[in-house]
Write a protein that binds this ligand. Structure first.
Ligand code: HEC
Ligand code: HEC
Ligand code: HEC
Ligand code: HEC
Ligand code: HEC
Length: 640
């Protein structure tokens, strides 16, 4: 039983998981009633453009307050590693203004208008925590988007005084149910901070506490269980695990290696860094963790950058570009090892393996359920004509072969109608695919590649199961029967129908933040927020991000144009030496191994009819392809 074991393991969840639809609307606290189309306007988006907020409320202070002293950090080479400026262009800094998020909150409210108030209260908990937490602290029951857009501090997103005020006894609270200290204590990683300048200027006291380096700080928001409703909007009593990055990480080799979320997402430098620009005689600290928070959201990052003025975002183009570059690097260099191998070739089939190994600290792709990763495999002939293709997509990012419901996981792909897509697919109470978060009741498919060391026997497995055909795939997270490879091997059996060309095989792996299919349901509704996001989406570059690419050649090793010449290749079998004698001029001589890889090109002098050379060291079967003025011949030889 999924629910039960989560509760046993994470005992605090039940108490705290007051999520979607669990409450009657009655307790709405006399706030202005909102109508189904949220009434905020562009003006409100724009009200803090360009500058960081310096507002404060009972619990929090705007990032502009902290920017007075924490915006000018440099490394040993004088390069900026500004805490505030690195943070301000990240998705977290923009979590409350993110137009995709705004549209989705509106969509969820339109689908279940009776829950609109609770939904907004839930959605703002992690995306606009300074507004939401403060409202609850002051006795308010529900916090709304209408309030949020009027409050520059709430629009500050996931900011300094949120993460740094989560106390140690909050660790292990998930789904946005984290606590916030009420004594204006700012926890940090360094012992004995020089506290007075900060106290005097902000009223907040910096205090050392190791718990800030704990992965559970991040899990406060990055683990999200939702209370499901059926398609009429009634609670099903079921909880759905929408995001579980922390439990995936927990079920990996990384905790034992002390590799926390912070180690990957806030990369450290050992340079001595002065962490505050005031007072001016401060001793440097080390190591220093950069507030990069890079992830994978290149797509939305670009939308933010392109519409920054309209959305009232305060990061500059240069700052957005550095976050985008980090996200690109994270996707292209830190996430995936890709291998492509040609296993063998028979007269009618090419056997190809594509191995994808996850290098991240959790499932790949990680996070929000719209993320996916897919493999494009193309085989082309001598004339660059495509013989086979799986995973092609159009200019809107739609994968051509995808099944209309959802594409199952494949261990073997033997027709161009199949494609490997790594994703979480949410199902509603009737086991139909849904993209309405509140209706998500079951995972219909979860073949996102697990991290290294992931085991089905781990205590967190119930929260993060492999779902669908991947669970029975013997090389999904398994190697030689052992779990935890953190990899999947996709086998392709490509029909050749007698083709005798030398073939080129290319594998590409693509990352997609959100597919057109995923947005269909939302875009069938209309509201100011949905329409705005739709217009941004329609004009955005929807090409997925290329995460990796590999190419291999397969030579034809059969008899192609049997020539009636007396071309001789000898001795065979051989200890290594090969002689070729040809009645006509030799053009080229190439040697391939049994797997079809070219292992040697033999130099042939102009107008020569004979050549002598050595085979590679390893004994075994080789194929020698001899091209002459009259045609070509492939001779199998055995080296002993
Ligand atoms: C998403 C959570 C989060 C946010 C938002 C955040 N921080 Fe941090 N910050 C951390 C964590 C975690 C560490 C400790 C990293 C470690 O030591 O592993 C840290 C470290 C620091 C440090 C110590 C120096 C360093 O970078 O290692 C300072 C100073 C600091 N933060 C200030 C700020 C300010 C100012 C802001 C707002 C612009 C901010 N933080 C926003 C999580 C956050
Ligand atoms: C007037 C300057 C000033 C302002 C404004 C300021 N700080 Fe600091 N902050 C400091 C100084 C000084 C230190 C201690 C530096 C040291 O000891 O190396 C510090 C230390 C920290 C630390 C590290 C504490 C530790 O022990 O590791 C964090 C985190 C931090 N500040 C966060 C914030 C946040 C969040 C804000 C905004 C609410 C803020 N600061 C505003 C001056 C300031
Ligand atoms: C208060 C809630 C909260 C906390 C605490 C928090 N996050 Fe986040 N995080 C979010 C939200 C909300 C988003 C999504 C914002 C969006 O896309 O609209 C996010 C997004 C991210 C992303 C995606 C960035 C991208 O470009 O793809 C990364 C990476 C991330 N957080 C890392 C961390 C790490 C590391 C920590 C702990 C040090 C942490 N978060 C703590 C709420 C939080
Ligand atoms: C070993 C390094 C590593 C560790 C540890 C790690 N991550 Fe990641 N994370 C990555 C990489 C690489 C990516 C990009 C690939 C992807 O999207 O999965 C990523 C992606 C993400 C994303 C998805 C961004 C998006 O756009 O959807 C989030 C959120 C995130 N990480 C949060 C966390 C949290 C929270 C933890 C700790 C529980 C953590 N990560 C631990 C390397 C790591
Ligand atoms: C427990 C904290 C939490 C709550 C509550 C929450 N979210 Fe999020 N949300 C996140 C985090 C963390 C991410 C980033 C994950 C990632 O990037 O992979 C995110 C990402 C998103 C995204 C993707 C944004 C992008 O730019 O790609 C959307 C859309 C979204 N949330 C909608 C909602 C809606 C709608 C609600 C309310 C029904 C909600 N969220 C409630 C934590 C939360």
């Amino acid at each position: 039983m999924k629910l039960k074991s989560i509760l046993v393991v994470y005992g605090s969840l039940l108490l705290s998981a007051v999520l979607y639809a669990a409450h009657p609307v009655a307790a709405y606290n006399g706030l202005p009633k909102t109508h189904p189309f949220l009434p905020f306007s562009l003006e409100v988006y724009q009200n803090v453009q360009g500058e960081l907020p310096t507002e404060t409320n009972s619990l929090f202070a705007g990032s502009g307050v902290c920017a007075q002293c924490h915006a000018k950090q440099v490394d040993a080479n004088g390069k900026s590693i500004s805490i505030v400026n690195d943070w301000r262009s990240t998705m977290m800094a923009n979590a409350a203004r993110d137009p995709f998020w705004r549209a989705k909150v509106s969509h969820e409210g339109l689908v279940n208008p009776d829950h609109k108030a609770e939904l907004e209260n839930v959605c703002t908990r992690c995306h606009a925590p300074t507004g939401n937490e403060n409202a609850h602290y002051n006795g308010q029951e529900l916090y709304s988007v209408a309030e949020m857009v009027q409050d520059p501090l709430a629009l500050d997103g996931v900011q300094c005084t949120v993460c740094h005020q989560i106390p140690e006894n909050s660790l292990g609270n998930f789904s946005g149910t984290f606590l916030i200290g009420t004594r204006k204590t700012i926890w940090g990683p360094y012992p004995n901070p020089v506290a007075n300048p900060m106290i005097n200027n902000t009223g907040y006291t910096p205090v050392y506490s190791k718990h800030i380096e704990d992965s559970r700080i991040c899990a406060s928001c990055h683990t999200l269980l939702t209370n499901s409703v059926d398609n009429e909007g009634s609670p099903t009593g079921n909880q759905f695990v929408e995001q579980s990055i922390y439990q995936e990480w927990e079920n990996s080799d990384y905790p034992a290696q002390n590799q926390n979320c912070q180690d990957c997402h806030m990369p450290a430098t050992n340079d001595p860094v002065v962490i505050s620009s005031r007072p001016n005689n401060l001793a440097p600290r080390s190591p220093f963790n950069k507030h990069h928070f890079q992830g994978a959201n290149v797509f939305m990052g670009k939308i933010l950058k392109d519409h920054a003025a309209e959305l009232g975002l305060n990061a500059t183009e240069v700052q957005f570009d550095s976050t985008l570059a980090r996200n690109m690097r994270s996707l292209q260099q830190k996430a995936l090892d890709l291998e492509l191998s040609i296993v063998k070739r028979s007269s009618d089939t090419l056997f190809v393996d594509v191995r994808l190994h996850n290098k991240s600290g959790h499932k790949l792709p990680g996070g929000y359920p719209s993320r996916r990763m897919f493999v494009e495999l193309t085989v082309s002939d001598n004339n660059n004509q495509i013989l086979f293709q799986s995973g092609a997509f159009d200019s809107t990012g739609r994968i051509l072969q995808e099944d209309s419901t959802f594409e199952p996981h494949h261990n073997l792909i033997d027709s161009a109608g199949q494609v490997q897509i790594f994703e979480l697919v949410m199902g509603d109470v009737n086991h139909r695919v849904t993209t309405v978060l509140e209706r998500a009741n079951y995972a219909l498919k979860d073949n996102r590649i697990p991290p290294d060391g992931f085991k089905t026997t781990h205590f967190a497995y119930d929260t993060v199961p492999i779902v669908g055909k991947a669970a029975a795939d013997t090389d999904f997270n398994k190697e030689a029967g052992n779990e935890g490879s953190g990899a999947d091997v996709v086998h392709y059996h490509i029909p050749l129908s007698g083709n005798t060309d030398d073939l080129t095989v290319e594998a590409k792996v693509w990352y997609q933040t959100v597919s057109p299919k995923w947005l269909e349901h939302m875009f069938s509704y209309s509201s100011e927020e949905i329409d705005r996001f739709k217009s941004y989406y329609n004009t955005a570059d929807k090409t997925p991000v290329l995460m990796g690419q590999k190419e291999a050649k397969s030579a034809y090793t059969g008899i192609r144009n049997p020539e009636k010449t007396s071309l001789q290749v000898f001795p065979n079998p051989t200890r290594g030496k090969i002689n070729i004698q040809s009645p006509t001029v030799l053009l080229s001589v190439n040697v391939f191994n049994a797997a079809g890889w070219m292992v040697k090109t033999v130099p042939v002098s102009e107008s020569a009819r004979t050549v002598r050379f050595n085979l590679p060291e390893a004994p075994g079967v080789y194929f020698i392809k001899v091209k002459t003025a009259e045609g070509e011949r492939i001779q199998k030889v055995i080296k002993y």
